[in-house]
Design a protein around this ligand. Structure first.
Ligand code: FES
Length: 136
């Protein structure tokens, strides 16, 4: 089987799909090669991500990794969500084929782009290095 059960589960039943109308932050990234696009919406209270939703126009792995990424940051402090890596998303999904790893990079980028947007909107200072890997 090329894809793990977890990947198939998150592809078939993605968690946290949708938009948040009064979102506190939105991040969007795209991969120029495959043309896939991910958007992440955050609702933040007292620095905690109380709600997160995503919209992904992309491949099955892009959907599964977005779904898992949102699950991993939901209920977490912003600072912890910022430490999310694509490897953590892949591990939580029990792996992805090598040639699909870039899909998980997109998911990490979408989360980071949303956090950057949150910092920008609230004039919170940050280290630009933390955002240098955002895929676009
Ligand atoms: Fe583009 Fe998966 S093929 S993100």
């Amino acid at each position: 089987m090329l894809y793990s059960e977890k990947v198939m589960d998150h592809f078939r039943n993605p968690r946290n799909v949708g938009e948040i109308e009064d979102a506190d932050a939105i991040g969007e990234v795209g991969n120029a090669r495959c043309g896939d696009i991910m958007r992440v919406y955050l609702k933040v209270e007292n620095d905690i991500i109380v709600d997160v939703k995503f919209m992904t126009f992309g491949c099955g792995s892009a959907i599964a990794t977005s779904s898992m990424a949102t699950e991993l940051i939901k209920g977490k402090p912003i600072s912890q969500a910022l430490e999310l890596t694509n490897q953590a998303v892949v591990e939580a999904l029990d792996g992805l084929p090598d040639y699909k790893l870039h899909c998980s990079v997109l998911a990490e980028g979408a989360v980071k782009a949303a956090i950057k947007n949150y910092y920008d909107r609230n004039n919170i200072p940050y280290d630009p290095e933390a955002f240098k890997n955002i895929a676009d």
